[in-house]
Design a protein around this ligand. Structure first.
Ligand SMILES: Nc1nc2c(ncn2[C@@H]2O[C@H](COP(=O)(O)OP(=O)(O)OP(=O)(O)O)[C@@H](O)[C@H]2O)c(=O)[nH]1
Length: 599
């Protein structure tokens, strides 16, 4: 067990791509926590998908032994936090487990929207904050300007900001010294009853559920019988350890320490993040203030392309859910798509990650239906229904009014692009709340409907600002608006999976855009196909897809049989990704692409 004065617990907060993972790797390397030969780039990003997309999703932890310039040995616990807006909630919960943060800002870029969002969470959690200016090896570095910006925009002293290149290793030692000298040691009482915070939990195929804990008071030992205070369940602890960053068993964890336990817990759902863990006997009676569970905000249907794979899909989804309590699912049947699941996600990125994992790790091809937020449908009889799927919209004569979720969006953008950003927000039914300047950059705050943001807002924002804008959001609540369900009919048959909720005043415009898109997305058939958008019984937009026989081999005259064969095979493979609706084949990507807007 480590003496409290020798422990420092911290996290790194940064905007995406500012170098958080690279810096974490350097800190680990500098302290020889991992032998050089085992050092992979971005060690803390454990999943392949994260590596490919270059984003950190699950909070990760590492314990670093460090001999400081004062000759003393310290234990530094670093909790790595995710950097994407969808996972803001995970950032907030890991912040509660540590006393300080390194605020990493790319010295060639400056403060961005997620820098702000994350640093405010650190300030909320009462952190001591050490500013770090990264990427000083690049020619475009401008530390003085960025330090000034940190002071102006965030309001913390950045005069002593450490200048670092996580790439070349400059400033790494200074960063470690700042962690020891500027961040506070944790407090806690070893003789008090056990009080530990459940910071995170995940499923491991060999060890079962692994629980990440921060000990507040008392001592946790192997063999102890622990109690989860939220539900009173008890478990014998069979393993205790720390991450270096691979798991290493130790005998006990004392106050201020961060480590893991396993206790034959079957599923992640049996552990509640933010719960207080104590001993079954002589435990504490005072629980720590809890966290609220993270709520899925975006819903969509996942259906196997091949109906025969439904059971495989069930298996894949339930396995993924074991490891991810923020992902919800229930069975759904659709007239057109057969059996599948209605799934809830923290955001669109979360949705894409899960969908990719199912397709890649479990080899199941999926059809994803239009993502939807949760609407509140207030019925005339006073009942309120939470609508997760536009296809389930009740009969309008029974409905009194509808409410939709709203967000507060913060966007930082260079002056030159401000006009385009304001237009984009306006087009998405945004209400401007604030507009301020920090140097040559504007900070705009908008109140926006979440449903206008979930599909492609972030992509559009990046494209209209050539990637210079940064964006962050938080949910603010529900508000009444004139919303209607828009149905899509293909060849006169409604396709449930394409139903969406739209604002009454935009219905025609959206309907027209969608049928035009679908006309491009659906291949021609041997007969002509009307594609229509309707509100109730009223058709608001219509396109007709002309008939054509697509003979892919037409170009291969003569006797090139292998080439002909190959083309036909390719066409067959293309067919597999289609789904039949009545007599019409609709390609799977149409379900999401039809919703993307061009403005
Ligand atoms: N030149 C230079 N490049 C750096 C430095 N630090 C990080 N990078 C590069 O910047 C990019 C982003 O770095 P990451 O460490 O992945 O950024 P991150 O903030 O962890 O991003 P997420 O994990 O996605 O939140 C990578 O291509 C790094 O190689 C630096 O000091 N100098």
């Amino acid at each position: 067990m480590t003496e409290l004065s020798k422990i420092r617990n911290f996290s790194i907060v940064a905007h995406i791509d500012h170098g958080k993972s690279t810096l974490a790797d350097r800190l680990i390397q500098e302290t020889n926590t991992v032998a050089d030969r085992d050092m992979k780039e971005q060690l803390l990003d454990s999943m392949d998908i994260e590596r490919e997309r270059g984003i950190t999703i699950k909070a990760n932890t590492v314990r670093i032994d460090y001999t400081a310039d004062d000759g003393q040995d310290y234990v530094l616990n670093l909790i790595d936090t995710p950097g994407h807006v969808d996972f803001a909630y995970e950032v907030s919960r890991s912040m509660r487990a540590v006393e300080g943060s390194l605020l990493v800002v790319d010295s060639t870029q400056g403060v961005e929207a997620q820098t702000l969002a994350n640093v405010y969470q650190a300030i909320d959690a009462d952190h001591e904050i050490v500013p770090v200016l990264n990427k000083i090896d690049l020619p475009a570095t401008d530390c003085d300007r960025v330090a000034e910006q940190i002071e102006d925009v965030i309001g913390i002293d950045a005069s002593g900001a450490i200048r670092v290149s996580a790439k070349t290793g400059v400033g790494i030692r200074e960063t470690l010294e700042a962690v020891v000298n500027e961040l506070p040691a944790p407090e806690g009482n070893r003789d008090a009853p056990l009080k530990a915070m459940l910071v995170d939990s995940w499923y491991d195929a060999y060890l079962g559920v692994i629980v990440l804990v921060r000990i507040v008071d008392g001592v946790l030992k192997k063999g102890d019988k622990i109690k989860m205070m939220s539900n009173g369940s008890t478990h014998p602890v069979d393993r205790i350890g720390v991450f270096r960053p691979e798991m290493a068993a130790i005998d006990e964890l004392g106050p201020g320490e961060i480590g893991f336990l396993t206790a034959s817990i079957k599923q992640v759902r049996d552990t509640r993040v933010g719960d207080t863990i104590t001993h079954e006997k002589h435990g504490t009676t005072e629980a720590l203030p809890g966290f609220k569970p993270s709520q899925p905000v975006v819903f969509c249907g996942l259906f196997p392309v091949d109906n025969a794979e439904f059971e495989d899909l069930r298996d894949a989804i339930s396995k993924l859910a074991l490891n991810d309590a923020s992902f919800s699912y229930e069975m759904e049947t659709s007239a057109a798509l057969g059996f599948g699941f209605r799934c809830g996600f923290l955001g669109l990125l979360h949705l894409e990650v899960i969908r990719d994992r199912i397709e890649r790790e479990y080899n199941i091809e999926l059809i994803t239906t239009a993502p939807s937020v949760i609407y509140h449908v207030h019925m005339r009889d006073g009942e309120m229904i939470q609508l997760h799927n536009p296809a389930d919209m009740p009969d309008l004569t029974l409905v009194d009014h509808l409410e939709e979720p709203r967000i507060k969006a913060t966007i930082l953008v260079p002056d030159d692009y401000l006009g385009d950003v304001l237009k984009l927000c306006q087009d998405r039914r945004g209400i401007q709340m604030d507009l301020t300047y920090a140097g040559s950059r504007a900070m705009v705050v908008y109140d926006l409907p979440l449903n206008e943001v979930v599909f492609d807002f972030y992509d559009r924002l990046k494209s209209v600002t050539k990637g210079y804008a940064s964006f962050d959001y938080q949910m603010t609540g529900y508000r009444e608006d004139r919303l209607v369900k828009m149905s899509i009919l293909v060849n006169d048959e409604p396709v449930d999976a394409l139903s969406t909720m739209v604002h009454h005043d935009r219905a025609e415009q959206r309907g027209r855009a969608m049928v035009e898109k679908l006309k491009d997305l659906i291949p021609r058939h041997m007969f002509k196909i009307p594609i229509q958008a309707a509100i109730g019984g009223r058709i608001i937009a219509r396109e007709t897809l002309a008939a054509m026989r697509k003979d892919v081999t037409a170009k291969c005259y003569g006797g090139d049989a292998t080439r002909k064969r190959k083309l036909l095979d390719k066409q067959k493979a293309g067919k597999k990704k289609m789904r039949q609706f009545g007599k019409v084949d609709i390609p799977q990507e149409a379900f999401i692409n039809a919703l993307k807007m061009d403005n």
